[in-house]
Design a protein. Structure first.
Length: 322
């Protein structure tokens, strides 16, 4: 029986209020921080309680989306902080910081697995956030429109518009058959060289340290960890792959060109009440070796990102033709 990764991508368009918007060059943290607070305001019944002690946590949308806990009796990832959240905010890559009154700002929201069922909560939360304000001086915006985006980014369907505030059903969710991850390579296609473009800051850990050069096996290790956790916690099944064999074969692939650079970035964490260093790598790399069997993994990774901080839009990459 086939198992599917189910992913839905939405494009949200905000319209700056009468005072405009003042935002940082990288907007992922600003969107995530304000949105999390708004989501809790609209969905949490016992706001004074901590999620892990709350009697309602198993049925609470906020607890599932932001404080995902292992299923009862599970030994997998007992550390809640290590469980990937089932959503990604992809801010615009432009570094523009000032938006005039009425000017539009668009960004993408990716929901994974069961989180797709919570789309109405995301819509209401972003609408609420517009009333609370974001960025410098907490300026307001209006949630003008949401469209579902197809896999090829060309097809789209209207989900929500401010004029009628109705949520429409769509059929553009992306289903990725995990059998594709297990299939033998196509004998007619030999892929020996591959390029990746890390479009946003990418933070990959290997042996407890964030790496400054992304060797291929490090990338595959990180990707396998993320995909297996997304499958287990947000789809309800285990990803059955030859992890050891894949990593061993990935180690034989060479990093032949490294055009990445380290970018320092700090964000304020309300949980830690402190600034947190979130620096990482951006830029292009090229790998050489037997790459055929890794292509489905990499294509899925294009959708769900790789490494730490994916909820902020970090770890976004694109596969390049060489």
């Amino acid at each position: 029986m086939s198992k599917y990764f189910t992913i839905a991508k939405y494009r949200l368009t905000l319209k700056a209020g009468e005072k405009g918007l003042l935002l940082p060059p990288y907007k992922g943290s600003t969107l995530r921080g304000g949105f999390g607070n708004a989501f809790r305001r609209i969905s949490c019944s016992l706001r004074e309680a901590k999620c892990h002690n709350c009697l309602l946590r198993t049925s609470c949308p906020y607890a599932y989306i932001f404080e995902t806990a292992p299923p009862p009796g599970s030994e997998a990832l007992r550390n809640y902080e290590s469980i990937p959240r089932p959503f990604i905010l992809e801010p615009p890559l432009e570094t523009k910081t000032e938006y005039r009154p009425g000017e539009k700002l668009a960004f993408d929201l990716i929901l994974i697995g069961r989180a797709i069922n919570y789309l109405p909560y995301f819509i209401v939360a972003f609408r609420e956030l517009g009333e609370l304000g974001i960025g410098k001086m907490r300026r307001k915006y209006r949630l003008a429109e949401i469209r579902a985006i197809g896999l090829n980014n060309g097809e789209s369907q209207l989900v929500y518009q401010a004029e009628d505030q109705l949520v429409r059903n769509t059929n553009l969710a992306i289903q990725f058959d995990t059998a594709d991850l297990l299939r033998q390579k196509d004998k007619d296609i030999v892929l020996t060289r591959l390029g990746l473009d890390f479009l946003t800051i990418t933070r990959i850990k290997f042996e407890e340290n964030f790496v400054h050069h992304i060797e291929f096996h490090m990338l595959i290790r990180s990707l396998l960890r993320r995909l297996s956790s997304l499958a287990y916690f947000h789809h309800g099944w285990e990803l059955e792959l030859d992890f050891t064999g894949l990593i061993e074969r990935a180690a034989e692939v060479r990093l032949v060109r490294d055009g990445t650079r380290w970018v320092n970035w700090e964000r304020y964490s309300s949980r830690q009440d402190n600034k947190v260093n979130m620096g990482g790598l951006v830029g292009r790399v090229e790998y050489e070796g037997n790459l055929d069997e890794f292509l489905p993994l990499l294509r899925l990774g294009e959708l769900v990102h790789v490494g730490k901080g994916a909820v902020f839009g970090m770890g976004k990459y694109g596969i390049m033709k060489i």
